[in-house]
Design a protein around this ligand. Sequence first.
Ligand SMILES: *Cc1c(COP(=O)(O)O)cnc(C)c1O
Length: 490
Amino acid sequence: MKDITSLFPDDNDTKAYDGFLSSLLDEIYSDTSKLINNPEANIDNFRTALANKDFAEPEHFEALLEWTVSALKNGMLHTIHPGYLGLFNPAPAFQAQCADRIAAALNPVICVWSHAPAAVEIEEHVIKSVAFRAGFSENAGGHFTSGGSEANMTGLICALTAASPASASQGSRAFSGRPTIYISSESHLAWLKIAHSTGIGRNAVRLVETDGTGRMNTVALEAQIEKDRNDGEIPVMIASTAGTTNAGMIDPLHHCADIAERFGIWHHIDAAWAGALIASENHRSVLSGFERADSITIDAHKWFATTVGAGMFLTQRNGILAKAFHVSTNYMPTSNEERDLYANSIQWSRRFVGLRLFLSLACVGWRGYALHVEHSLEIIEYLIRRLKQAGWHHENNSPAAVACFSPPPGSRPVQDYVDKANSSGRYWVSVTKFENKPVLRACVTNGKTTNSQIDGLVEELSLFEKIDAEPALTKAARSRIGVKTGGAPY
Ligand SMILES: *Cc1c(COP(=O)(O)O)cnc(C)c1O
């Protein structure tokens, strides 16, 4: 192929390179189970090659594309691998990938409605549809975010603004005491960074104890709010979690709503991952209570399987976003308070991420998403059955597709099993703590994961168990079977 020397090459050249890039990616996609998930294996070679790229001379683009795709192929965990039973990161839906391409090619500026009304209204339409499906009224609104953390932060800023509109100008000083927020100790700890960023500070986050099954203990919640009030703090928000990151547990949403109502404070629900259960008629009832929330976080880039960098903030408190984020400038086109995203959200210039969910949802419908989440649930059920048969204990009673296990009594630490399973490069599971107990965590979000990966994983874990039946495994034996020493302290 001809060398490209300009940032804006002509049509024929871009077509040729487009085809070449597609062929590189097609090769990876032709059998994702062949990918090896061992991202650090060649890191030294990679670093040397990277250091050589000093940008002094132009490089041939064909070689660069090949280098880049190959570097990433070998240097990352592949969520597109069907054996990736990892965090909530999905294999991205094909439609979402197409959307990303369209957004990249046309690059609409969507922070002002007037620059790209079609794009802004596509996002609004999706947000309203998701909010309605989640149980909010037809008037509910919100916007796309970079992810769950930004959506949660938006929730806190709204809660602070609702508690004291003066906080927009005076920050925490608008309150007669320190504003405090309430989350369970199993919730996502991005809340700590959010508290820092919003200026209320990390100590303002009350980590309420859980009930022994990974859910917010609402008796402790109520008592803590009561105590804080008596001490002169200003409780502003309960953020319950619907689908904890560790274990997919759903806080008692109605109880939390009752308590928020009693104290007159904001109720936010962080449903970053499990919010996708709204798609399934058979399973959505576990999210009962959504309809009473002031705001909800649902990620598009988790169980909704879009490419990464796409979350949603939904609220049924009309007008709160404009109150929280309004700003007028002399260099932006006339502001349309309701519709201009720069005046209704944290971001200013922003990517058109909503198209990913629009194309995916419009293409397969809610029914298609229902099949997707139900498929994950079936696979996780199968894993639970298989590991129970193998003597493992299933620790979390989650209605979502994540399962936590501890190995049979007398086994070696969970970390060793996880290292062993992951060292093959064919599976990826993790260690976490559930109710203070180290557990193996597996989560299904890849639509291409099947029972055969589960069979392989269970076999891998069981094989290890037999070797491990020897009472005292020497260090040499450990290294022979590929167990890393060190690591987590359990
Ligand atoms: C993943 C997750 C988050 C953080 O969301 P990002 O999209 O990674 O920013 C917050 N809360 C919960 C419950 C999550 O699972």
